[in-house]
Design a binder for this molecule. Structure first.
Ligand code: F0G
Length: 314
């Protein structure tokens, strides 16, 4: 598992944002902007704060996890909630940027991809100079998967590896235009009008980088999966309980995908499989707590505590 929740703002977005904001500074820009489901906003706000740039973030009102909003707020971003989806925010970000004289730092910005591709170099390094057989990755806009592919291809071009991993893009069933196009063998995606999933980070119906992502998956001989929310939550729970690693629901898509492919016999036990877990679980406590947390509240006595836990063990 490649735990990207360990990055400074708790998601993989920091890799591209440090490069993108550095470029904004080099260009002499004073203002940056993005549309976001939350993590891009939190990351951009942090790097913009450090660079003393003004930061504007456009988010779907009510569609962003509290942890991410709190980050962007404390990092001083101007947050505008839109009555609409992330896709609506993406539709207006370039024109808004133009009017505000702001530099756009969504993953349509090539410097983002340049930063994000370093994750592929790290995976290679951490596997002792090898590429994995499979790389599983959650897919929203598709920038991350495309960046991994660029990184691995550059390693090959440099002669560091002859092999390339097969890439698996995993989407949530209710927001799966890329997976649908691949599974149905179509050239073009059909945007999803009203994307729905518990994984708010990847609640995206019209992904900006779909062409690059489809090319990466097909070019690597890989696969696309779309998985229902309960499988994402199951993987999220299992990862926390068996490994002690708490990720947000979108992140768990990669693990859920690996579980599915292992069960089907597609992944073999001698193969190396890397699951990219894209964001920290603390970002989205509502999703974690939504269904099933029951906390017993008792008097502060040993007797009451033991009784709540089913009695003494000795
Ligand atoms: N996982 C997490 C935790 C994300 O925040 C995102 C994207 C993805 C996966 C998908 O990555 O878009 O490169 O395919 N979040 C964006 C945002 C949309 O605004 O934070 P992708």
């Amino acid at each position: 598992m490649k735990n990207e929740g360990q990055n400074p703002t708790g998601s993989f977005k920091d890799r591209g944002m440090t490069v993108g904001v550095t470029e904004a500074v080099a260009l002499g820009r004073e203002r940056v902007i993005c549309a976001s489901t939350g993590n891009t906003a939190a990351s951009l706000a942090a790097y913009a704060a450090r660079a003393h740039l003004e930061c504007v973030v456009l988010v779907p009102a009510g569609g962003v996890a509290q942890g991410k909003l709190a980050q962007a707020y404390f990092e001083g971003a101007r947050i505008v909630g839109l009555r609409g989806s992330f896709d609506d925010a993406m539709n207006v970000v370039v024109d808004t940027a133009d009017r505000l004289d702001a530099y756009v730092l969504n993953s349509i910005n090539p410097y983002r991809i340049e930063g994000q591709k370093t994750a592929a170099f790290e995976v290679f390094e951490q596997l002792g100079g090898n590429v994995p057989d499979w790389l599983m990755c959650p897919v929203g806009n598709g920038g991350n998967l495309a960046a991994y592919w660029k990184g691995f291809q550059e390693l090959k071009a440099l002669g560091a590896t002859e092999r390339l991993p097969r890439l698996v893009g995993v989407q949530a069933e209710g927001a799966a235009p890329i997976a649908d196009a691949i599974l149905e063998g179509r050239e073009e995606i059909r945007p999803v009008e009203k994307p729905e999933t518990v994984a708010s980070a990847i609640r995206i119906g019209n992904p900006a980088n779909w062409r690059k992502t489809v090319r990466a998956i097909r070019g690597s001989g890989g696969l696309a999966l779309k998985l229902p929310d309960p499988l994402l939550v199951e993987a999220q729970t299992q990862l926390a309980r068996e490994e002690g690693i708490f990720v947000e629901p979108a992140s768990a898509a990669s693990v859920a995908g690996a579980m599915r492919l292992a069960r089907e016999g597609t992944l073999r036990s001698e193969e190396t499989v890397v699951c990219v877990c894209t964001g920290h679980g603390l970002k989205d406590p509502e999703a974690a707590l939504r269904e099933r947390v029951e906390v017993a509240v008792v008097e502060p006595t040993v007797k009451a505590i033991l009784s709540a836990l089913g009695g003494s063990r000795r």
